[in-house]
Every structure is written in structure tokens, then in C-alpha cells.
Design a protein around this ligand. Structure first.
Ligand code: UDX
Length: 455
């Protein structure tokens, strides 16, 4: 039932593809329940307003220079954005909260709350001073979100160095990661994020609620623990694809020619390969993937994002005759309409970096995975896929042609792959049921709507 009475919700995503997609999905969900939507966004990576004519988009300056917008250093980017955007965001929000439109003199719709990406850390005092209800959206799993706050302490307690014999032991502080996975997350690079994590924790604990695009069926134990940790209402409203199919919120232009190409392939025969919007690889890793795909002799659709291979524009160093050979069996694109691709009957597997969006998109379409996580939450998501849900094969970081070829053949051609496919079908159904009437995600979304409508 629509309880919104036309209330307005303000949404504030971080300008990264993996953060914009779930926020726009949330906007669509709330809009479908009668809320009006205003999205405040930065100039950098601005979402395409024309794809969402029913929402109001307001751009704020982000102070990034042209060079800064081209950086691959996500930590630097997030730091700069948090430093530069506080004051423009405050101005924009204050103006929105005035009850009368200064230009027309008309009374405005009431704003019931602000929902911001949990990565915006200046929102707490600001929303408080403006007397505005504030909820945070996490784009990670519940499990990663709650456990990653322990990383600074684990680092201080000298978790490192690790003995060889301990590599495969379970990291008790962060299950189901193994100690060797945790070491990869605790590298020197992420150390710079420790103080940022502390700020996120503080901002989350002081919020009026926390939203996850996950559900009990995927994240059950962590959900009850998170309720104890944060002591704020938590809404696990389900992975975004169970609410709406593909959302056109892509920052890059998807190459739609891959759909007619997929139409020409056999059912469940194609391996789809993508490492998301942020990860970069070396030229030799690019070549290993290319050889692995080619040697597997299976059709493939491979996304190589422009700028994702260090030191290269795109794939210009792959020799022409090898490209010709690759094109006989597969298709290489710069960006794909991923959700449409995963939905296609021809897709048999997904070689993925296990960003949370890619992982749940694959689960929701019942596509088994080959896990190639690079950093941060991807390592945990990959462990869930391969060890907890058992719906994928873990490459264990080996970007080597034989390993890739072997994993593709195991998944697409062998009985092991059939068993994995059966398990992911069950998981897909289970997650789908959570959004049927009285399912956990359905109920949680209803609670969220009741909650924000009551303010
Ligand atoms: C980042 C982090 O890397 C990830 O670990 C975290 O969970 C979310 O933020 P990203 O690396 O971009 O995200 O990965 P992911 O979460 O998988 O998001 C990528 C999104 O881009 C997905 O929604 C996917 O559908 C979309 N995509 C990707 C396309 O539309 N086309 C493509 O060709 C590739």
C-alpha cells in the first residue's frame, strides 16, 4: 500500500558505477511506491538524467580538476570528493529544505529523508543541523560492511607476517575469508583507508537507519550481528535485480551489438568476462586472459574497458592475427549491457571480479561464476560464491592461461559445472522468493517505507 502521500526523498550517490547503480535502483523502488525523488550528484560521473525523466537531478560542483577525474586511485578520489563536496551539498540541501519555492512562491513537497551512500562522511552534522532524517545505503554485503571496520585493529595487532602453514586457515575475525585473503585486503594500499573507515562507522552509528541491497537468504548471520553492532534500524531490501530488470544508469555507453551476437550462439555456451568499472590489469594479464579464452575453444563475450589495461588505451598491443583468431570464437567490447547479457539464454558462465553488483546480478540470473577477485570486498564475495553458496569456481588469483582455460571447460563442459548450475538455480529461486509477499526482502522494504513515511 502506498503510504508516501507524495513525500520527497533526497538521494546522494557516490559517483562510481558500482555505487550509482544500486542508488538508482533504490530511487526506482521508492518512486514505484509513490515517493518523489531528487538525486543530488556531482559533476564528475554525473548519472544520465535523460534516462530517468521522472526524477529530479541536481548537480553540485565537485572541485575536481581534469587530471583528478582521470585518476585510477579510488582512495584519492573519495578523499577529494568528501573534502570538496561538503559545502556545495549543504547549500543545495538547505535550499531544497526551504518550504516555499523562492522563484514561484509556491509551497513545496515535504522532504521526508536523505539517503546517502555510506561513503559520504560529512553528512551527519549537516543533516542534524538541518533537522533532516538521514539513512545510509551500503553498496557492499552486510557481511563485508560490518567486518571491514575491524581492519584497522587487525592491522595494529600485527596480523602480518603470515607463516606458509597458516595461509589456508580461516580468518576467524572475518569469515569465510582465509588468512591469505585477509592479508591481501590488509595491504599497505588499504591502510590509507583506515581513518576513512572509522569515519564511516561513526557516521553509520549516528544515522537513523542503514539500507543494504542484500537479503537474509544471502547474508543471514551478518544481518543479526549488524543489528547488534550498529544499533540502528537495518533494512535488507534485497539485491537490486529482484526489484527491477536492467536499469539504464551506465556511465559508459554499452555496446548493444553483443545482443544479436549472443542470439546466434547456442544455449548456455558463452562465457561472459568482465572486471567491473574500477579494476585495472597489466598487459601480460590481458594476454593470459586472451590465451585462456582462445584455448578453451568456447564462445566468449569479453568486456575490456577503455583504460583498464595499465599503460594501454585499449587492446592495441594484441597482435592483429591473434585478434582475428579471437574474433572467430568470441566478441570483445568496451562495455556491455551487463544485466541484459546475464539474462540471455546463451550465457553459460561469468568470469567476474566479484564486485557486489556483478555477483548478485549473476545470482539473480542463475549464471554460475568463475571468481577472479582483485581487492577489498571482492575477495569476500568470491569466498561466498565458491565456498558458502558453492555456485562458482575460484581461480585463486591465478591469471594464467591454463587455469582460465581449465576453469571455463570445467564450468561449461563437465559434470562439476552441471552441479554448480543446479545449485545456482536453487539460490536464484531462494533469493527470488525473498521478494514474494511475506519474504524477508519484501517485508524489509515494507518496513523501510513505513519508517520513512512516518517522519
Ligand atoms: C565497486 C567495487 O569494485 C565493488 O567491489 C563494490 O562491491 C561496488 O563498487 P565495480 O568494481 O564497478 O564496483 O563492480 P560491481 O559492483 O560489479 O559494479 C559494476 C556495475 O557495472 C554492475 O552493475 C554491472 O552490471 C555494470 N557493468 C559492468 C555494465 O553495465 N557493463 C559492463 O560492461 C560492466
Amino acid at each position: 500500500m502506498d503510504k508516501s502521500n507524495g513525500l520527497r526523498v533526497i538521494l546522494f550517490p557516490l559517483p562510481l558505477q558500482g555505487c550509482i547503480n544500486p542508488m538508482i535502483q533504490l530511487a526506482k523502488i521508492l518512486h514505484s511506491r509513490g515517493f518523489s525523488i531528487t538525486v543530488i550528484h556531482t559533476r564528475f560521473n554525473a548519472p544520465k538524467a535523460s534516462s530517468h525523466p521522472l526524477f529530479t537531478f541536481l548537480q553540485i560542483p565537485d572541485g575536481l580538476s581534469e587530471t583528478e577525474t582521470r585518476t585510477h586511485d579510488v582512495k584519492l578520489l573519495i578523499t577529494l570528493l568528501n573534502r570538496n563536496c561538503e559545502s556545495p551539498f549543504r547549500d543545495c540541501l538547505s535550499k531544497l529544505l526551504q518550504s516555499v519555492d523562492s522563484e514561484t512562491g509556491e509551497e513545496k513537497q515535504r522532504i521526508c529523508c536523505l539517503i546517502h551512500d555510506s561513503g559520504w562522511i560529512f553528512t551527519q552534522p549537516l543533516a542534524k543541523s538541518l533537522n533532516l532524517l538521514r539513512l545510509a545505503l551500503s553498496t557492499y554485503t552486510i557481511s563485508f560492511f560490518r567486518s571491514h571496520f575491524a581492519l584497522p585493529q587487525l592491522r595494529r595487532e600485527m596480523y602480518l607476517p603470515l607463516q606458509d602453514s597458516e595461509q589456508d586457515d580461516l580468518a576467524e575475525e572475518f569469515p569465510p575469508l582465509r588468512k591469505k585473503d585477509l592479508v591481501r585486503i590488509l595491504d599497505a594500499e588499504t591502510e590509507q583507508l583506515d581513518s576513512y573507515s572509522d569515519m564511516i562507522l561513526e557516521t553509520t552509528k549516528a544515522s537513523s537507519g542503514l539500507i543494504f541491497m542484500s537479503c537474509e537468504e544471502l547474508d543471514q548471520d551478518s544481518l543479526s550481528q549488524a543489528r547488534e553492532d550498529f544499533k540502528v534500524p537495518i533494512f535488507a531490501i534485497g539485491p537490486s535485480p529482484i526489484h527491477f530488470p536492467a536499469t539504464p544508469s551506465s556511465l559508459f555507453t554499452p555496446d548493444k551489438t553483443c545482443i544479436p551476437w549472443l542470439d546466434r550462439q547456442e544455449d548456455k555456451s558463452v562465457i561472459y568476462v568482465s572486471i567491473g568499472s574500477l579494476v585495472t590489469i597489466s598487459e601480460s594479464e590481458l594476454m593470459e586472459i586472451a590465451w585462456g579464452l582462445s584455448n578453451s575453444d568456447q564462445p566468449f563475450l569479453w568486456v575490456v574497458r577503455v583504460g583498464s589495461v595499465n599503460g594501454m588505451e585499449w587492446i592495441e598491443t594484441i597482435p592483429e592475427d591473434f585478434i582475428k583468431r579471437l574474433n572467430e570464437k568470441g566478441k570483445i567490447v568496451k562495455w556491455a549491457p551487463q544485466q541484459e547479457v546475464l539474462k540471455h539464454r546463451a550465457i553459460g558462465g561469468f568470469l567476474t571480479h566479484n564486485g557486489w553488483n556483478s555477483t548478485v546480478e549473476s545470482v539473480c540470473e542463475g549464471v554460475p561464476m568463475i571468481c577472479l577477485p582483485f581487492r577489498w570486498d571482492q575477495l569476500l564475495n568470491a569466498r561466498f560464491v565458491s565456498e558458502v553458496w558453492m555456485v562458482g569456481i575460484h581461480l585463486e588469483g591465478r591469471i594464467e592461461r591454463n587455469e582460465i582455460e581449465g576453469a571455463i571447460r570445467r564450468l561449461l563442459l563437465e559434470t562439476e559445472g552441471e552441479a554448480i548450475r543446479e545449485r545456482i538455480e536453487h539460490l536464484k529461486e531462494k533469493v527470488g522468493r525473498s521478494f514474494k509477499q511475506n519474504g524477508s526482502a519484501y517485508q524489509s522494504l515494507q518496513n523501510l517505507i513505513d519508517y520513512i513515511s512516518s517522519f
